[in-house]
Design a protein around this ligand. Structure first.
Ligand code: UD1
Length: 365
């Protein structure tokens, strides 16, 4: 039985690592399950891709489609053509896609059209915001998925409402949290930490990369000014995503407490988060990690596809108007931020649950 495991962009890599580990454990116990790791090449820089493979012990991909940068349609088309060729050479029994990036949707389409079963990890989550490419990717992928591995009851409900039968919804928890819990003892202090004189709980971490926040110079600049002044002279560390870096080049001088650093590898980034006073972000994955680590998280978006990070966790949605930041920071400095709790099944064992289901499903289908 051959499973394709597809990964293309940074937030995919931490989601596939525990599934691969669980398959390899099962193989060592005699399982006939085999996998082929397909890297689409949507992210290709060492800092956006290679470092994650090394740190998380992900094996070298069996196939690299090398699609590279492009518009949404160019990347989708490139990945579909490359993956279809691979399937025509050697068909797999199941294509496993994770998350909501362009590679997720493109490979699901190519597979299903060749009658290869599709399993989607992190299925069923919805922001309701169709201006985000990720929301389109989620909806298209879930409309042609056979088996839905879910992270939350909200996702289960969304799927049921769209007509998916209960036997295809497999509530397994969160593989991103498997990776966090497995690696927490290895988090690594970044080299610049002492150089910038950062002290635990006395600095902030910022990550921003969504078009609504970083594509326009004037609004990006207003956002950075609001973060800088709300942080009351505490240092703000901003590992810069390539999309944000492009806009930043034309912004001129930044406030003195904002420190731009390169995109960080997994262990360094999460060390930074674990010791921060709070995180300001527009990433969905980061709001899950802060929930589990109990770190206050301010999300600069109007919606989230991960509502449990708000209802149960440490996340608050502030919208994209910089005006909301001052009030949120006041609440934080006054010690009134929710401490939160950890959502069900975010326990580090999701990869194993997924592989147990896959073995059963592949025998049945
Ligand atoms: C993608 C995902 C998003 C995820 C984000 C995390 C989609 C639709 N979006 O968005 O869900 O949160 O990754 O990083 O799939 N670039 C580099 N080096 C790289 C990769 C990209 O310089 O290794 C540049 C590209 O040329 C482009 C920009 O970064 O100019 C954006 O990359 P792209 O993959 O198009 O989308 P992201 O914004 O990263």
């Amino acid at each position: 039985m051959l499973i394709d495991i597809v990964a293309g962009a940074r937030p995919n890599f931490m989601k596939i690592a525990p599934i691969i580990r669980a398959i390899e454990t099962r193989q060592s116990q005699g399982s006939a399950l085999k996998y082929r790791l397909v890297h689409t090449g949507q992210h290709y820089d060492a800092r956006m891709s290679g470092d994650f493979f090394t740190q998380l012990g992900i094996p070298r991909p069996h196939v690299h489609l090398e699609v590279g940068s492009g518009t949404q349609a160019e990347q989708t088309a490139g990945i579909m053509i490359g993956y279809e060729k691979l399937l025509l050479q050697e068909k797999s029994n199941l294509c496993l896609v994770v998350g909501d990036v362009t590679s997720t949707m493109a490979c699901a389409i190519a597979a299903q059209k060749l009658c290869v079963l599709v399993a989607h990890v992190e299925a069923g989550i919805r922001s309701g915001d169709w201006t985000m490419p990720e929301e389109i990717n989620r909806m298209v992928t879930d409309s042609i998925t056979n088996f839905f591995f879910t992270t939350s009851e909200v996702a289960n409900d969304n799927l049921r409402r769209s007509g998916v039968s209960n036997d295809r919804i497999l509530f397994v928890g969160n593989t991103m949290i498997d990776t966090l819990l497995t690696n927490q003892s290895r988090f690594t202090k970044p080299e610049f930490f002492d150089f910038l004189k950062l002290k635990s709980r006395e600095y902030f971490v910022v990550t921003l990369h969504r078009p609504a926040n970083v594509d326009r110079g004037d609004s990006f600049s207003r956002l950075l000014l609001a973060i800088s002044s709300s942080a009351r002279d505490m240092p703000v560390v901003f590992p810069i995503h390539p999309r944000a870096a492009k806009t930043l080049r034309n912004l001129g001088e930044l406030p003195a407490n904002i420190h731009i650093v390169d995109p960080q590898p997994y262990l360094e980034f999460n060390y930074l988060v674990q010791h921060a006073k709070a995180v300001i972000t527009d990433s969905g994955g980061v709001s899950e990690e802060t929930t589990v680590m109990g770190i206050p998280c301010m999300t600069l978006r109007d919606s989230t596809e991960r509502p449990e990070t708000v209802t149960m966790g440490t996340n608050e949605l502030l919208g994209i108007d910089p005006g909301a930041l001052a009030t949120a920071f006041e609440k934080l400095f006054a010690g009134r931020w929710e401490r939160g709790s950890i959502p069900p099944l975010w326990d580090g064992k999701t990869g194993e649950r997924i592989v147990t289901h896959l073995e059963r499903l592949l025998v049945l289908n």
